[in-house]
Design a protein around this ligand. Structure first.
Ligand code: NAD
Length: 490
């Protein structure tokens, strides 16, 4: 038997379920990119407010694979949220997703839903690469194959910017005010970045539409924080065992959750603050804090940890040398670059981060975090490095993180085995690595030349390049575990 509306009444008492009548829910939000993160974060906040306001049901679209549709549609959109810590596991069935759509085969349905006047917000978690932008500058990558396609066939889009701009065009034509675009991806100044990408795309379709998007569409920035590893088959089995019915795709997360949002929703919004979201005027300080402390540490742990042979972040954090490295990275090299509003407590945020990374109940694979490094490095490490370089401050640990990424993208691990490098630039990275051979200097030089990642300034800074090359040579010579355990700040 499967989890679905009919099964709700018979679930065991310890499983929390929707506290509202699902038949009364109206769609108010279209979400693009219905992955694990959305289902453990925004969909949960929305499920919380649904009890008092049923106007914010979610129609969730996958722009690529039908996998989530196949799992959730037979379940009436229901799935289980598992919150895991050392104290145990809490289960809750989430009901805020009303329908799942597979965009490539239901393009018109999706565009229609996005153009519907009742849809007042379009949220996104399409991963960093889903914005089809140049990660170093944040500008639309006009040569991106999906963008080339969507500009040629704007009414039959494939990309997230393509869908949003076409829906905005339709709304404008029929006099429906634009929806608010709410990105929940880990991009720097994510609202501003998505606005720049959308405006440029619209301008290329039609300059008038470009002006409209620029002047009329609100894209608040957000800071999103909750660690949500990919679901494993063990999770499915364990959770199905408790429910007494099968759930094809539960999501597993940690107790911690945070959502900071700029309050600019001309068409209204759910009272997400009732579920714990924070509305502020300017998200940027929080976003920097999170991208640089959490994500910067995460990527550093992922590359070094993977190379050292650790499967998960928790395994890596069981090694005291890695804990020390990450603590010092945060305290010595990242914290001085942050400008927090009065009252923000960085000390407890950082201590909590260390504990969250150590959570042994979350099996967050180093390999998963290592994915898409070309899209992640700029906002996670390189921005911090730029700030440090400009004030003449040390970058020993930050540059070790960059060197570990370089060692990782060679695609060959420390034992000579293959690494499955997932990255939109994988082919190019591979080519550089093959051409460089086992020379740290050649490899680094080849990778520095990728401007979409490093820009023009960093490759020209000899302090930066020198430190990265020195770390890379040590990683080749000593391996990651030994490099970390003998690390000394220069
Ligand atoms: P996931 O792999 O479960 O889902 C990714 C989703 O993005 C899928 O729906 C996929 O179809 C879609 N996607 C991938 N490439 C795309 C493209 N080129 N165009 C359009 N859609 C595309 O991953 P997730 O855990 O849901 O994470 C998604 C994003 O959420 C992350 O990249 C990050 O920006 C943000 N986020 C995740 C976490 C986390 O812990 N998982 C935490 C904070 C923020």
């Amino acid at each position: 038997d499967r989890l679905n509306d009919d099964a709700l009444a018979d679930l065991p008492g310890r499983v929390q379920r929707p506290a509202y009548d699902r038949t009364k829910v109206r769609t108010g939000i279209v979400h693009l990119g219905v992955g694990a993160f959305h289902r453990a974060h925004q969909a949960v906040y929305t499920d919380d407010v649904m009890a008092t306001d049923p106007h914010w049901g979610i129609l969730a679209a996958s722009l690529r694979s039908p996998d989530t549709y196949d799992a959730l549609q037979p379940q009436d959109g229901l799935y289980t949220l598992s919150v895991r810590s050392q104290e145990g596991e809490a289960l809750r069935v989430i009901g805020s997703i009303q329908r799942v759509i597979v965009a490539p085969r239901e393009t018109d349905d999706l565009l229609e839903a996005m153009s519907d006047p009742h849809t007042r917000i379009v949220t996104l978690t399409v991963t960093e690469k889903g914005y089809c932008h140049d990660p170093a500058t944040g500008a639309l990558n006009e040569a991106h194959p999906d963008i080339v396609h969507d500009l040629a066939y704007p009414m039959n889009p494939k990309s997230a910017p393509g869908f949003i701009v076409e829906a905005l065009r339709r709304r404008r034509m029929s006099g429906v005010p634009p929806f608010t675009v709410l990105t929940c991806d880990n991009l720097p100044s994510n609202g501003r970045t998505v606005k720049r990408v959308l405006t440029r795309f619209a301008e290329l379709v039609d300059p008038e539409l470009g002006r409209f998007v620029n002047d009329e569409v609100s894209c608040p920035s957000t800071m999103v924080d909750r660690i949500v590893p990919a679901t494993s088959d063990q999770d499915r089995e364990r959770i199905g065992g408790v429910l007494g019915v099968a759930d094809a795709w539960p999501v597993v997360t940690e107790p911690f959750t945070q959502w900071v949002i700029e309050d600019r929703f001309p068409q209204g919004r759910p009272a997400w603050e009732a579920a714990g979201a924070e509305f502020v005027d300017d998200v940027e300080p929080y976003e920097h804090m999170k991208l640089r402390l959490l994500n910067g540490s995460h990527s550093t742990l992922a590359y070094l940890g993977y190379l050292a042979g650790y499967e998960t972040v928790a395994d890596t954090m069981a090694d005291e040398a890695f804990v020390r490295l990450i603590r010092d990275l945060m305290d010595e090299e990242v914290t001085p670059t942050l400008h927090m509003p009065p009252g923000a407590d960085l000390t407890s945020y950082k201590s909590a981060l260390i504990e969250r990374f150590k959570n042994p109940a979350l099996k967050h694979r180093t390999w998963q975090i290592a994915m898409d490094g070309s899209q992640k490095l700029p906002q996670r490490l390189l921005g911090t490095i730029r700030d440090r370089l400009s004030s003449g401050a040390p970058i020993g640990r930050l540059s070790l993180g960059v060197a570990a990424w370089m060692r990782y993208v060679t695609g060959i691990d420390e034992k000579g085995g293959a690494i499955e490098v997932r990255d939109p630039m994988a082919a190019r990275l591979r080519e550089v690595a093959d051409g460089a051979g086992p020379s740290a200097e050649n490899l680094a030089r080849g990778l520095f030349a990728i401007r979409e990642i490093f820009g023009d300034d960093l490759p020209a800074d000899s302090r930066f390049t020198g430190e990265v090359v020195a770390h890379l040579a040590r990683l080749y010579e000593l391996g990651a575990k030994h490099t970390v355990s003998t690390f000394k700040a220069g």
